[in-house]
Design a protein around this ligand. Structure first.
Ligand code: ADP
Ligand code: MG
Length: 695
């Protein structure tokens, strides 16, 4: 029993933990000794075997040993020490930018050196930059490490070595009494769940030397999967609690004037599809309750989510409340602003604009009108999150293209409308079709509606995949399309996440295309332009006064110009499937047959081929999402940082799909049989870091 106390004790009880270290540990969410045990290795380094240098590949991490053949100081842009080493199978350069005189003597020609690091391709050959190294005395046998080296996520001023020592101390306190199993038999719905927790923890922190290394590195070892099982369960249960807590809050009953909704429907040039009508009804039913709606609307690009949102907004405003529509990019927000003005102002609803690029005076005016309630509908970007934005009586928050925003942002905006104990209703819209198992994890706190029908009369986009060697033909094709009075997008992409370079590339492409096609009206839109400029270009394009619009991926989401029927995407191989699908969704919005050309730069990798082929073969967002998951993993699919998906310690949403399959049932079982264990389970895995629970 003594040990039970031990694990819940403060880390300051451990050797080597003073105030400073304790503070650093706290930053990592570690306060109790137990928290250390659940602070799992990010990965492992394999220093148990020497790799032949000749077998080393770029980006591979490993231990090598060789003789220094040449050691020289290169001046260049930065002075550096280069040591060429060789082990008979191949050679490698060690590069040091910082080095002392004693290192210069140590790393002399003829010395044997053993080093550990990541190989990168350098200007002339593979290199390791600042590897860890050790000089091996001649005629002496120095053994390699017996065990894999765990690498922990850590913070400044806390070294791996100190971390390992702390973990050792925590492991010494660990046994079946000190750390009880929280999963009863009825919760263990997957074979991996039958391993013991204690055994699993011991193993992942200190894997035995005979482990299948590959399996461990891929997080596929049964002990890792056992932990993943528990982690996913903890996550599932915490999300359910978030949802349950929300359900205890109050929200305004939004019962508006149905005539106002009818008025919009009459003004629209089209009737709603059945799917749109159904989803509108689901939303109206939700917001007429005194419990905050938490609903996600999923609908493929072009399925008509905007009008669904507008119906909800009208209901809220005609019930006497304010509503907010938020979009991830200024371009998209501007477009919503235009649409909402067109649709809502005839109904007497004032629509205001709130974005980053506004003058101070404009902003002051908007803020004032929001707080007095003179503006009934606010459209904008994340600028709506800021503290100084205060609403008069916010009743509904609509977040478009949710994959760009995290859960926390969602919660922040919701708090804006918080009255004494009342929250606004929330509607989240996304075109990212998420496979069912993932959706359960990502959105366990939301109800989901699906718009599973496209408006009638759309002709599916025909997609072709062509190498950029055919650029000339493609330009000719653009010319023909424009002569037929069709409009064209030309999208530039870039490997680097550098907006600047991407804009540069688009500028160059625009100049070049204008030269090649002097009789066409070519225009440019990219993220670095002022919003007024962007808006002008988009409106001119929409009005049909621009033939060819060269753009960066800023047009990825939401942009809607039905007469545009040809899209060229340069270097399509650089983008993810989901992003390409979004881009392609900009065409195929009108009656004419639309085309998309995916241009790639040869040679195309196997995976690249498979991805582009998938897009060529289908227009179905769900099929594409599933393929994307297989080809790239969920982090890529959802854009890890922006999804609001929790960062898991062991669970891997791609390879642990079989665990996700049973998670919903496991959570039911857990809450049914052992509800009192929920708090302990969540604490174990998320500790104090779970701000999510504070709703
Ligand atoms: P998304 O779901 O991608 O946000 P939008 O709301 O931008 O789609 O709608 C795409 C286009 O389809 C717009 O031009 C919109 O006016 C039009 N649209 C929406 N609903 C219908 C409908 N029921 N029938 C015909 N066109 C529609
Ligand atoms: Mg949209």
């Amino acid at each position: 029993m003594v040990k039970t106390v031990a694990l819940s004790q403060s880390v300051t009880q451990l050797k080597g933990v003073g105030a400073k270290v304790a503070e650093r540990l706290e930053k990592l969410g570690i306060t109790q000794i137990q928290d250390l045990l659940f602070h799992l290795p990010l990965r492992y380094q394999d220093r148990t075997r020497l790799l032949p240098i000749g077998s080393l590949r770029a980006q591979q991490e490993g231990l090598v040993e060789g003789t220094i053949r040449l050691s020289q100081i290169k001046m260049g842009r930065r002075r550096s020490l280069l040591c060429h080493i060789d082990d008979g199978t191949g050679s490698l350069i060690l590069r040091f930018f910082h080095f002392s005189n004693s290192q210069l003597t140590q790393l002399a020609e003829g010395a044997r050196v053993r080093c550990f690091g990541e190989a990168r391709s350098g200007p002339s050959s593979l290199e390791m930059v600042h590897p860890e190294y050790q000089i091996i005395p001649v005629d002496k046998i120095v053994s390699v490490e017996a065990e894999l080296t765990p690498i922990y996520p850590t913070t400044d001023g806390l070294h791996q070595l100190s971390f390992r020592k702390l973990i050792d101390q925590a492991l010494a306190c660990l046994d079946n009494d000190s750390l009880p199993e929280l999963l009863s038999d009825s919760v263990r719905l997957h074979p991996v769940a039958h391993y013991s927790l204690v055994e699993a923890l011991q193993f992942v922190h200190r894997p035995s030397p005979d482990v299948n290394v590959q399996q461990l590195l891929e997080r596929q070892h049964p002990t890792q999967r056992r932990l993943a099982y528990e982690e996913l369960l903890a996550q599932q249960i915490s999300m359910r609690q978030v949802r349950a807590t929300m359900q205890h809050h109050a929200a305004p009953e939004l019962k508006g004037d149905s005539k106002q909704r009818q008025a919009l429907l009459k003004a629209l040039p089209f009737p709603l599809t059945n799917a749109q009508q159904r989803v509108v009804n689901e939303i109206l039913a939700d917001i007429s309750q005194q419990v905050p709606m938490q609903r996600l609307v999923q609908g493929d690009v072009g399925s008509g989510k905007t009008v669904v949102a507008a119906m909800a907004v009208i209901e809220a405003v005609s019930a006497g409340y304010q509503a907010v529509m938020m979009a991830p990019t200024e371009l998209l927000a501007e477009q919503h602003l235009q649409t909402f003005k067109l649709w809502l102002e005839p109904l007497g609803m004032t629509v205001g604009w709130c974005a980053g690029k506004q003058t101070a005076a404009q902003r002051r005016e908007v803020l004032a009108a929001l707080s007095t309630g003179d503006i009934r509908v606010a459209v904008g970007t994340h600028a709506l999150f800021q503290d100084e934005v205060v609403f008069n009586n916010l009743g509904l928050v609509v977040i478009d293209e949710q994959h760009r925003f995290g859960v926390h942002q969602r919660l922040a905006l919701r708090d804006k409308g918080r009255g004494s104990n009342s929250y606004p209703h929330q509607l989240v819209m996304t075109a990212t079709p998420i496979p069912r198992t993932l959706a359960m994890t990502a959105y366990a706190d939301l109800n989901v509606s699906v718009i599973d029908e496209l408006p009638p009369g759309r002709t599916p986009v025909t997609t072709v995949v062509l190498p950029d060697a055919r650029r000339g033909d493609i330009v000719e094709r653009v010319h023909l399309a424009c002569q037929e009075k069709r409009q064209v997008y030309w999208v530039c992409t870039l490997i680097e996440e550098s907006e600047h370079l991407q804009c540069q590339a688009a500028e160059d492409a625009a100049t070049e295309l204008q030269e090649a096609l002097p009789d066409l009206k070519v225009a440019l839109v990219h993220g670095r332009m002022k919003s007024a400029e962007k808006e002008l270009v988009m409106q001119t394009f929409k009005a049909g006064d621009i033939d060819l619009l060269v753009a960066t991926t800023v047009i990825e989401v939401g942009v809607d110009v039905p007469n545009a029927s040809l899209m060229i995407i340069e270097n399509a191989e650089r983008l993810g499937l989901a992003q390409l699908h979004q881009l392609r969704g900009r065409v195929g919005r009108g009656k004419v047959q639309s085309h998309c050309v995916l241009m790639y730069h040869s040679p195309l990798s196997k995976n690249g081929q498979a991805r582009l082929r998938c897009l060529r073969d289908t227009n179905d967002g769900f099929v594409i999402a599933q393929r994307d998951l297989e080809l790239r993993g969920p982090g890529e699919l959802l854009g890890t940082r922006q999804t609001g998906l929790p960062q898991f310690r062991v669970a891997n949403l791609e390879t642990d799909q079989d665990l996700l399959e049973v998670m919903s049932e496991a959570a039911d079982q857990f809450l049914h049989t052992t509800p009192d264990n929920a708090a302990a389970l969540i604490h174990r895995w998320f500790g104090q870091k779970l701000e999510l629970g504070q709703v």
